[in-house]
Write a protein that binds this ligand. Structure first.
Ligand code: ADP
Length: 447
């Protein structure tokens, strides 16, 4: 087992990882930018190292500074959290070259899944259902027209290097194809330095359903059920639940074992998520995330398994702590992402939190790195905390969520709490009856 882990992240996830390390008796090193000197994870870590100025590229993305911090403190492993360097294959390779364990999959697996065209090809080869579309990159309009005619309109042009919904354009007819292709290519080139794009059938009313998995890197892999993350704004998840209100036990078992078998065959190591769109009873692979996800706590709530413990265990060579038949799903869990943003316009709202009071009681978990008097720096994302509620069934979970939201107080800044108070009282949400466009339509109606 590791003696000391360096946490290469900030905010709630840095604290989340620190808690897991403490429980396992592993010493922790926090790294931080000058803007985060007062952060909770810095205060609670055994050691801390300032790695640079506020801008992420000079601090949380600065590989040399982070490796140096590791060598100075004698940390034997790095947990990257999510975002920042968590899906950077070069970082995983550099750590391997320095004999520091990267708590995550191999650089090669990160690279494979980071290229969406390669990821889709691999998924298909491993027996995972994919969205009909081009087999690889599309270079010219003629080819695009032929493929679009084959799969039928509407189609979606997507960037191979894509992320965060950028470089994606819908074409509803052949007339719109050229412009969609050109715009997607230009956007992708500007955002990712890679203008390769591919074509997919555009699904009109899908849900976003993703399967959590763990692999031991030696040919064993299990799945931990799914999460439904259909409530999104601009392709960003807002509310996530486990299990999905749309699946039955058979469907769950079927897609779960397809994913687990595929990851076993790949020899995948650590935590990962295979994301699907789900429409008319069919699953369509869209991408794989080779890291811990923001919404992992809903899976922890229904399985009782600490995913960060598992990641650390697998990375240290200890293998998986459960077989598939030992995984049981209990009750229902919902997560609300609380952002420091205006609840209507979503304009970021940095500043000082004058009062911060979190709800408590049975089935409530709050993962947050902020506190009363904390000044939110303007340099990073606006997530200030996650409220995760667990109940014996979805109805109990929703009732508990409603009262937890009533108890939650954040003064001094705007937050998205009022949005969740609206959602929890909505009849479609109560019925679990929503697709990936539901939230945008709801917000447009409210505006
Ligand atoms: P990114 O990596 O940019 O987040 P994804 O492939 O994960 O891109 O897709 C992000 C979101 O875009 C999905 O959650 C879904 O809302 C939408 N999307 C992606 N592919 C399709 C598709 N073929 N049809 C309809 N919507 C899609």
């Amino acid at each position: 087992m590791f003696q000391k882990i360096l946490i290469a992240n900030r905010g709630e996830i840095a604290l989340r990882i620190l808690r897991a390390c403490k429980e396992l008796g592993i010493r922790t090193v926090a790294v931080h930018s000058t803007a985060d000197a007062d952060a909770m994870h810095v205060r609670l870590a055994d050691e801390s190292v300032c790695i640079g100025p506020p801008a992420s590229r000079d601090s949380y993305l600065n590989m040399h500074q982070i490796v140096a911090a590791c060598e100075i403190t004698g940390a034997d492993a790095i947990h990257p959290g999510y975002g920042f360097l968590s899906e950077n294959a070069k970082f995983a390779d550099i750590l391997a070259a320095h004999n520091i364990t990267f708590i995550g999959p191999s650089g090669d697996h990160i690279r494979l899944m980071g290229d969406k065209i390669e990821a889709k090809r691999t998924a298909k080869r491993l027996g995972i259902p994919v969205v009909p579309g081009s087999d690889g990159a599309v270079s010219d309009e003629k080819e695009a027209k032929r493929i679009a005619a084959e799969i039928g309109y509407p189609v979606l042009i997507k960037a191979s290097a894509g992320g965060g919904g950028r470089g994606m354009k819908v074409a509803r007819s052949e007339d719109e194809l050229f412009e969609a292709l050109t715009t997607a290519r230009t956007e992708a080139g500007a955002a990712f330095g890679d203008d390769a794009v591919y074509i997919e059938k555009y699904l009109e009313k899908p849900r976003h359903i993703e399967v959590q998995l763990m692999g031991d890197g030696m040919g064993q892999a299990i799945h931990l059920g799914e999460r439904d993350c259909s409530l999104q704004r601009r392709h960003q998840k807002v509310w996530e639940e486990a299990l999905s209100p749309a699946l039955n036990a058979d469907q769950r078992q079927k897609i779960g074992s397809i994913v687990a078998n595929a990851m076993a065959e790949l020899g995948y190591s650590g935590a990962g998520t295979v994301e699907f769109l789900y429409e008319n009873g069919e699953f369509y692979f869209i991408e794989m995330n080779t890291r811990l996800q923001v919404e992992h706590p809903v899976t922890e709530a229904i399985t009782g398994i600490d995913l960060v413990h598992e990641q650390i265990r697998v990375a240290s060579g200890g293998g998986l702590s459960h077989t598939q038949s030992e995984i049981r799903f209990q009750g229902h869990a919902i997560e609300c992402r609380i952002n420091a943003e205006d609840p209507r316009t979503f304009v970021p709202s940095p500043g000082t939190i004058t009062h911060f009071h979190t709800p408590g009681g049975l089935g409530i978990r709050v993962d947050s790195g902020v506190y009363s008097g904390y000044k939110i720096p303007p340099y990073y994302d606006s997530l200030i905390g996650k409220l995760i509620v667990h109940g014996r069934n979805r109805v109990e979970c929703m009732m508990r969520l409603r009262r937890a939201l009533d108890e939650f107080v954040v003064d001094g800044i705007n937050t998205t709490l009022p949005l969740f108070r609206d959602l929890v009282g909505n009849v479609d949400i109560a019925n679990g009856d929503y697709d990936i466009h539901w939230l945008e339509k709801f917000l447009a109606r409210e505006a």
